[in-house]
Design a binder for this molecule. Structure first.
Ligand SMILES: [Zn+2]
Length: 599
């Protein structure tokens, strides 16, 4: 019976897969055919236009329609908008990269569409026309630019705002001309009045505008824009970060418009984004920005002590989360981490409610000295016990769950081996090992906890408890407490990101920027979490400082306008895409600090 159900499920999922493959190929074919038809229309219009031009006749759309009909090229009733699709740059480029629209033909099309009745009555149609116009900025007349501005202003003042509409009109404004791009920046607050998606929309618009500001070489505005927005841009990926650096590298220095100091401020904004650089982007930053534009003379690879964070080259210290940030995180931690699921269990099942109260008594009450943590190490018992090992990979049937592959003896041994081999009981005075009730019967674990009864507290939670919530909750109690776990706590990070993004009502309270708890949680975890290296029992201890561009001012040479920079580079990208890259550091100074280098 069991097998049958399982078999059916397998078949279902397989047919679903085939279905999906089939569906994508169908939609691709439909797309290809659509592009083909549009290309045919584009080519025909082009030819008709060239012929009439050749015969010194004015281009006439009625005549053109007739000729299209003769060529058996049919189009839907809304001819104007089919035209816009046929000459839409995205459609053109995905079909025929070589095609160039003649400027006069562009104006014939634009004039023809601008007289369309649909356009006058339908705002969505007008926006589409604006997007089309902005794709040919080199041809635009002042009148057309004015048309885009007019539509944009009317949308900015709409009481109900629709996300794709705003994105389209901001795109049209930003691409059409520098002046319009400036207007888009000015209208930004108006486009973001809707509370519902203000933050995600802001992220998207900021990206569009940022790119456009660079394309128009509006360095001055770009700097201002970055300074206003870099702190709220979050979850940016390595590729985008690299694009930003390339864009900044393209800006031209001039003492009046974009000075060296402006460029340094720009790097400071990059630092706010808390990102490491890919090797190629590092080359651009070092060669094109630091050396060529700013005149840095001394740049070298350095190894930085993971606890002290001191650079052997310049002697500066790299820092991580400060006390205020830690307290902000701690303040909101419990309400964010224990979500509605936990709340449901606690409200409905007394034993879960009692469990949390009991747990809090254990972790929250400090002995006598609040400077010292109650626990220096929290061990994620389940995660350490059930780590993937070779014996699991060898299960070729793949039908059993990881937990079933293991014999209790193996998992029991594994946690004990890792803790003993790494001398955790001598490194940490007070350890809280969190697990679940079913671990009660593990013999080796019991033996270890009895042997080290002075240093290890064992806390076994009810079997259905989300134990990772308890692990993090225990760890946030003190800034020095460490966590031993190989979990990535992605769900938890998302809870903090959601809190940040979705609480826009109080985005700015008393002119204070809402703390980006998504980022703060990530930084906190990165500096507190000890992991186990893949395929071994060796521990990977975290850096106590942030993975971001660090700024320092030279004490030896206070007149120097160039700060000392420490820049993180991705040496080996995380193959599992968990943002767990191997990082190297570069120290950049305008000249060698001789005093320090003598020793
Ligand atoms: Zn240094």
């Amino acid at each position: 019976m069991f097998k049958m159900i399982f078999g059916r499920k397998l078949i279902q999922s397989k047919s679903l897969q085939i279905h999906r493959l089939f569906a994508t190929s169908i939609s691709k074919r439909i797309e290809d055919r659509k592009l083909g038809r549009l290309a045919l229309l584009r080519k025909a219009i082009d030819e008709i236009y060239q012929n009439q031009n050749h015969n010194n006749r004015n281009f006439d759309w009625n005549d053109a329609r007739k000729q299209l009909y003769e060529r058996q090229i049919h189009f839907p009733s809304n001819f104007e908008f089919t035209l816009l699709s046929a000459f839409d740059v995205n459609n053109v480029q995905s079909y025929d990269e070589q095609y160039q629209l003649d400027s006069n033909l562009f104006h014939e099309i634009a004039n023809f569409v601008s007289k369309s009745k649909t356009l006058q009555s339908n705002k969505i149609a007008s926006i589409r026309f604006c997007v089309f116009l902005s794709q040919y900025p080199q041809y635009l007349t002042e009148q057309q630019l004015e048309f885009i501005r007019k539509i944009a202003l009317s949308i900015a003042n709409d009481s109900i705002q629709i996300k794709p509409v705003i994105i389209d009109i901001v795109t049209a404004l930003a691409h059409s001309s520098p002046e319009n791009c400036r207007l888009a920046c000015q209208l930004l607050p108006k486009f973001l009045t809707s509370q519902k998606y203000a933050f995600s929309l802001r992220l998207e618009i900021i990206r569009i505008l940022f790119q456009a500001l660079i394309n128009h070489r509006m360095s001055e505005e770009l700097l201002q824009f970055l300074q206003q927005n870099s702190q709220i841009i979050d979850n940016i990926d390595l590729t985008t970060f690299g694009q930003l650096i390339s864009l900044i590298a393209k800006t031209r220095l001039s003492s009046r418009k974009f000075s060296k100091q402006n460029l340094i401020d720009m790097i400071r904004c990059l630092s706010d984004l808390h990102m490491p650089l890919l090797a190629d982007d590092m080359v651009i930053l070092v060669d094109k920005i630091l050396k060529q534009k700013l005149g840095y003379k001394h740049i070298e690879d350095v190894q930085i002590d993971r606890i002290k964070g001191i650079c052997p080259c310049c002697g500066n210290q790299l820092t991580g989360l400060n006390n205020d940030e830690f307290l902000q995180l701690k303040q909101h931690f419990k309400s964010i981490i224990f979500d509605s699921n936990d709340q449901y269990m606690m409200d409905n099942l007394t034993e879960y409610h009692l469990q949390l109260m009991d747990f809090e008594q254990k972790i929250l009450i400090d002995d006598h000295d609040s400077n010292k943590p109650r626990y220096d190490l929290i061990v994620d018992g389940l995660n350490i016990s059930y780590r993937r090992s070779k014996s699991i990979v060898q299960d070729k049937t793949g039908l059993r769950t990881f937990a079933k592959v293991y014999k209790v003896k193996d998992i029991d041994n594994q946690i004990v081996t890792i803790m003993e081999q790494n001398y955790l009981m001598s490194k940490y005075k007070r350890i809280l090992l969190i697990g679940r009730q079913h671990m009660k019967s593990w013999f080796q674990l019991k033996r270890m906890c009895q042997h080290y009864s002075k240093s290890i507290d064992l806390n076994l939670l009810l079997d259905r408890t989300r134990d990772d919530n308890y692990i993090l909750y225990a760890a946030i109690q003190h800034p020095q407490t460490m966590i031993l776990s190989s979990d990535h706590f992605k769900d938890h990070q998302n809870k903090f990101i959601d809190w940040y993004r979705n609480n826009n009502n109080s985005f700015i309270e008393n002119n204070e920027i809402r703390p980006n708890l998504g980022l703060i949680f990530k930084r906190w975890l990165k500096s507190r979490q000890i992991r186990i290296e893949q395929g071994s029992n060796l521990l990977q201890y975290p850096n106590q400082f942030d993975i971001k561009i660090h700024f320092h001012h030279s004490n030896d040479n206070p007149e120097s306008e160039l700060p000392i920079l420490h820049i993180p580079v991705v040496l080996i990208p995380d193959p599992y895409d968990n943002d767990d890259h191997k990082i190297g550091w570069i120290c950049a100074m305008d000249k060698l600090n001789k005093k320090l280098n003598k020793k």
